[in-house]
Design a protein around this ligand. Sequence first.
Ligand code: RIB
Length: 307
Amino acid sequence: MKKIVVFGSFFVDLAARAPKFPVPGETVHGSSFQIGSGGKGSNQAIAAHRAGADVTFITKVGADEFGRMAREVYSREGMDTRYILVDETASTGTALIVVEESGQNMIVITSGACGRISEADIAAVTPVLEQADLLLLQLEVNFDAVKRAAALAKQSGARVILNPAPARELPDSLLSLVDIITPNESEAALFTGIPVKGPEDAKKAAAVFFEKGMQGVVITLGKQGAYVADRGRGEYLPCIPMKAVDTTGAGDAFNGGFVMALAQGADIFEAARYGNVCGTLSVTKQGAAASAPYRQEILKLYEENYG
Ligand code: RIB
């Protein structure tokens, strides 16, 4: 099995469920509250690990209670904690989440220590980045650190996968280092200028990413599934019907399952099916990292739908 490195955020998720999203100035009564482990990087690393991959996760936390919580989470999962860097002055990042009845969410993040990954931090983890066969990145840590990590892994021959979330403009200096990009509809729309409402739009958006040099594009389409393409062909992957309880972390579970399958030697189409299965199972449970499925349930749903 190939070695996956995930370089990204750990945040503590403070999540309330409510019958509806408040409008500006409004207060609504929520029905429940949970503190859980989140951050797109961490969620994706945990999802890939639970799916059976060999994963090393690199992040940065504060010297505070939430930072200690990160270490406990990875110890419990049986993951390496050596590359959980600590910032003595910044707080651990947080995400304030509201989940409404339909399972949809709204999120505000503060990156905290994850926004302050320095040159010295990168130097400390360079050997890990250089050993990666696959490097999975998102955009919740400071952007210079994302670019540096991509460059180091790429120089050492890794395949670089970018989940460009949360959405922002992507300079060619980063895109030239990326092999596979995995945006959702809004991220793909922001970058390409094409409103992505379904698979046909996704196909047009994918063409823009190919012009930028990508080898593979996976555009997740929420309830509609995903559009997957390499330079030779494209395929629409419908979603697997399932009642959504909480969609938080579904995209992360998709990315975790996707890289796990790439690491096992799957092509991008088969890997996206594993991603689809993981994303689907994730929406049936509450929480972000907490809802990432385990290998046995993944293999079962894969067999039922694609076997
Ligand atoms: O993708 C879901 C994640 O986004 C949450 O866990 C939250 O921490 C934010 O980073």
